[in-house]
Ligand binder design. Sequence first.
Ligand code: ACO
Length: 395
Amino acid sequence: MTVCEYRPGLEGVPATQSSISYVDGQNGILEYRGIRIDKLAKHSTFLETSYLLIWGQLPTQDELDEFEHEIRYHRRLKYRIRDMMKCFPESGHPMDALQACAAALGLFYSRRALEDPAYIRAAVVRLLAKIPTMVAAFQLMRKGNDPVQPRDDLDYSANFLYMLNEREPDPLAAMIFDVCLNLHAEHTINASTFSAMVTASTLTDPYAVVASAVGTLAGPLHGGANEEVIMMLEEIGSVENVEPYLDKCLENKSKIMGFGHRVYKVKDPRATILQELAEKLFEKFGRDHYYDIAVELERLVEAKLGHKGIYPNVDFYSGLVYSKLGIPTDLFTPVFAIARVAGWLAHWKEQLEANRIFRPTQIYTGIHNAPYIPRGERQTAEGEPVVPELVASNP
Ligand code: ACO
């Protein structure tokens, strides 16, 4: 076996073989199962795309009808899960609530038969169906209200917006939200998908797989960036303030949220589609002044950082779209999770088809054969004796 050089963040190191999605970061191309993302955004629904990702081909009309039907009738949550959610603190982050709820599904659906296609299908249906209900339920419960039951007569995206806002959404809003889910459904081996795959490789249950991925998606360098984009636009406040803000960030070497990507060195194709969607929403529901700030920021970042391949990523315009759809800022990442569960499940299934547990190696940088110093003789790095009581109370 050849020993590879250490690459921090595993940059450029293949961790798997996959036929689910493909990114060409130099040319701004994203494909799901070989189909370009712009075609799917235009012609496919999120559930059709999920089927494509998970089962490898577009469903026939009958297959799609059956899949949608199953999902529609598994949207409700068990009352014990709702009761568990009632105990969550209102101040808790919705991603933490979602992670706990996804993991809790494993308690209720504990039969594990990973070699049985019917089990795989049931888990896929359950997770796709119930995750939006969990996100909407937590939103209402933390405001002290009862959750809104899903409506079987509404499509996937319209139903989510209905559960969230307690009213049927405008058809354009529901359509745009569905495209957003489509765009976020999958993106090769990103951090949360890798996390899902590592968990899957231990042959644990799919709810643990999704729960670990949700936890990974929550971080500000991954799915959490869309929240931070809105906070940043709020902080900038006006178009005139964009340049001084950007210059200060560059001076302090701080990252500009919603820009840069490990793989894309041009504008993320999803950002281009999201920008178009934002404009459609503004046309119908009124322009948002944060959008003007965002456009100016994009122009200046391109001028100042374009040579480093720093362009808007998917998170830059998604927050603006979600805000306009009336989605609270701290639900942006849970909404990302609603979409990405399709990709996680596709990778879970693919991992099971040729599983080998992930167990990489490391380069040890520590010392060897160190002495065991008795507690009373230990000193701090500054040469002070360690206070024994403190050691005892913080074992
Ligand atoms: N703002 C300013 N400079 C940046 C940014 C940014 N957003 N992103 C990268 N750079 C610069 C770095 O300072 C570095 O410059 P240097 O070579 O002069 O030191 C160079 O570009 C390379 O940056 P890295 O951090 O090494 O790139 P990496 O591939 O490790 O990180 C990441 C990618 C995490 C996405 C990074 O661009 C970032 O932190 N962006 C902001 C957070 C964000 O928007 N995350 C969402 C990503 S999309 C997603 O997860 C769905």
